[in-house]
Design a protein. Structure first.
Length: 265
């Protein structure tokens, strides 16, 4: 091979190497340079209208559901066993009515749910289910599971105020007397004051709130029944005394018979 051919071959190899090096350098520069983000294509007017309608429907539906859940119809629609309670609550005040078991009540005001559905003694002039039965997620989940698997009785067993407040960790008296209801009965500790409670009915011939027995369970719902005639529990041991039974209320023996009849059928 002549010297000219050798030199030409070397020159060609060197040129090829230089081109490869330049190409590699350009690739490195391109890879290290920030990539331009692709500009997102703006929404068309039609798409904007569709999304606007969807958002409005979702917001309106959510607001409507929130307002509906505060109404008695929400309870009876989603849970059929609540219908007797909703019907009971919806009765007129001060007339002959019917309790949740279908029994006649001579004065509907004897049922606390009816007495309080329109009242001037609370922070709200109109009371609905969730004003007393305040939603609690754990309780709702428990009741929902029980309803789904049929783990419930019809009629439903009666719960005391203490049991109704158990999920919220409150005392039973707080179901009836709190910052919204019967505030005048609260003491400095935020709970019902026995002295104020006794004073509230001091003008009665027989004061049912007087502390007759130190160990007596004075849960409000012992006497004041929400969806059936309230009971003068004192008549259980004072049958022969002149104990006043308010209009529509029943004595202890009648109250017990109501339960026996309701749960035996």
């Amino acid at each position: 091979m002549t010297d000219e051919k050798v030199t030409g071959t070397l020159d060609a190899a060197e040129a090829a190497a230089n081109e490869s090096a330049e190409a590699l350098a350009e690739a490195v520069v391109d890879s290290s340079a920030p990539k331009r983000k692709r500009r997102r294509k703006p929404l068309s007017n039609r798409a904007k209208i569709i999304w606007g309608v969807v958002i409005v429907v979702v917001v309106a539906g959510g607001f409507g559901m929130w307002k509906w859940h505060e109404q008695p119809s929400f309870c009876s629609t989603l849970c059929h066993i609540e219908q007797p309670y909703v019907d009971n609550l919806s009765q007129a005040q001060g007339v002959e009515g019917m309790d949740k078991y279908g029994n006649a009540v001579s004065n509907s005001n004897a049922m606390m749910a009816v007495l309080h559905n329109h009242t001037q003694t609370t922070a709200k002039p109109e009371m609905v289910c969730v004003d007393c039965h305040i939603p609690n997620l754990r309780e709702l989940a428990h009741d929902g599971i029980s309803f789904t698997f049929g783990n419930y009785t019809v009629p439903r067993s009666e719960r005391s105020a203490s049991q109704l407040e158990e999920w919220d960790g409150n005392e039973g008296s707080q179901f009836c007397a709190n910052e919204n209801c019967h505030v005048y009965l609260l003491g400095n500790d935020g709970l019902v004051s026995p002295e104020k409670l006794e004073e509230a009915t001091a003008d009665m011939a027989f004061n049912p709130h007087e502390r007759h027995h130190a160990n007596l369970n004075d849960d409000c719902t012992m006497c004041h029944k929400g969806h059936r005639a309230s009971t003068v529990v004192c008549t259980a041991c004072h049958q022969h005394e002149d104990v006043e039974v308010p209009d529509g209320w029943v004595d202890w023996s009648t109250s017990e018979q109501i339960l026996v009849t309701a749960f035996d059928n």
